[in-house]
Write a protein that binds this ligand. Structure first.
Ligand code: SF4
Length: 398
């Protein structure tokens, strides 16, 4: 199934040719004609996992749809609801045809009824609009929002409904868009799949680590001189990936975005794999790396994030209606120096209470972030309860 093997192993995702398809084919080679069995075998052997946040096995998702007797719908998810992530937008602007290749390969192999690319309506879709042209992919602009890109919320919108997650017990691979089995893959996953099918599973696994092969896009933001998107091998050391962005004085790094967890400055030697990041209850997720300067108060920063998360819920389940605003409020009081020793315990109790009680994982992700904040910044919490902030002292001393 492989064609030419490219000499540059990384930057393949970002060094695209924009909407020019001839240039794209010259750079990456022709799109192979893969049947479903071949494609599934290759993707399975590659160990490719979703690059949108969940990290599920891509082969398992494809297999679930392929097993249905009904012709499925294939959806590229480019909604990128995470505010700290820019990788999908950058990928779509620089390499739209690689994303479309992934959609086309899957649509052909699965004999899909339709192929859809869902994008935020506020996004600049010029490149992808031109590229989609005659490739049989319908580009659908949708309202953005933190939970809008969640798989069932996306399907809901494509069916004309609101950006709210659906009943979690009905999998979209069984009944998604229009009741058809639906395969939803993040746009980076589609681009990775297009490379895997072109160059083969062993090409993909030749970098990364055994249980987490390949590369990923990472969005680096926060206290850095050069924020942006980079491609790096899975298993790269966090410090090395951040170096490209020239970070300032690192207090901690938020890995995985607003539903992620903090890695303290002492942990910058961690490798970016789910196994190693589990030490911090983090995962690679959608590749968000947000640097918090050591002169910024982490509790104040976290309170702002939880406030945002509370405001972004779809407001249809108790944990989001009641739990998240209360958690945001308590965290804000702690950050502001309320000196109430009961606050950390109350916040922890709330984070346990909301976990596993929503129709989607929004409360769970929010609770994980809050728990990580209290764990990693234990010293800050103690100082705030005594009426002072270590970050403010650092600011004053500098
Ligand atoms: S848990 Fe929250 S975000 Fe998820 S469906 Fe319920 S209200 Fe909406």
């Amino acid at each position: 199934m492989s064609t030419a093997t490219p000499t540059t192993r990384t930057r393949l995702l970002l060094d695209g040719t924009g909407p020019d398809r001839e240039a794209h084919l010259a750079r990456y080679g022709p799109l192979p004609r893969s049947g479903c069995v071949d494609l599934l075998t290759t993707v399975q052997d590659s160990g490719l996992t979703g690059r949108g946040g969940g990290g599920f096995s891509t082969a398992t998702k494809i297999r679930a749809v392929a097993a249905s007797p009904r012709r499925p719908v294939v959806v590229g998810n480019g909604l990128e609801g995470e505010p700290l992530s820019a990788k999908d937008a950058v990928l779509l602007a620089r390499n739209p045809h690689l994303v479309l290749d992934g959609l086309e390969l899957l649509a052909r192999a699965l004999r899909a009824r339709s192929a859809i690319l869902a994008l935020p309506e506020a996004a600049d879709t010029t490149a992808i609009g031109v590229a989609a042209g005659d490739r049989g992919v319908e580009v659908v602009p949708l309202p953005g929002g933190f939970v809008a890109g969640q798989e069932t919320a996306l399907v809901n919108q494509l069916d004309g409904g609101p950006a709210m997650p659906r009943d979690p017990f009905t999998r979209v691979t069984d009944a998604g868009v229009g009741g058809r089995p639906t395969l939803v893959l993040n746009v980076e996953t589609l681009a990775q799949l297009a490379l895997v099918v072109r160059y083969g599973a062993s090409w993909f696994t030749s970098i990364g680590v055994d249980d987490d092969p390949g590369s990923s896009l990472f969005t680096i933001s926060g206290s850095v001189r050069h924020p942006g998107v980079v491609e790096a091998e899975r298993g790269s050391v966090l410090r090395a990936v951040l170096a490209a962005a020239e970070p300032r004085k690192i207090g901690a790094v938020l890995v995985g975005g607003y539903h992620g967890a903090w890695v303290p400055a002492s942990g910058l030697g961690v490798r970016l794999t789910d196994r190693e990041l589990a030490t911090y209850d983090a995962s690679v997720g959608a590749g968000v790396l947000h640097v918090l300067d050591d002169s910024a108060c982490p509790l104040a920063h976290a309170a702002e994030i939880v406030d945002y998360l509370a405001s972004e819920s779809a407001g249809q389940c108790g944990p989001c209606l009641n739990g998240l605003p209360r958690m945001a409020d308590d965290l804000r009081r702690l950050a502001a120096g309320a000196r109430d020793p009961a606050l950390p315990g109350a916040i922890r109790r709330l984070s346990r209470l909301v976990t596993g009680r929503g129709a989607c994982a929004h409360p769970d992700g929010s609770a994980r972030f809050v728990a990580s904040t209290l764990d990693v910044f234990r010293g800050h919490v103690a100082a705030h309860l005594e009426g002072w902030c270590p970050s403010a002292q650092r600011r004053a001393a500098s």
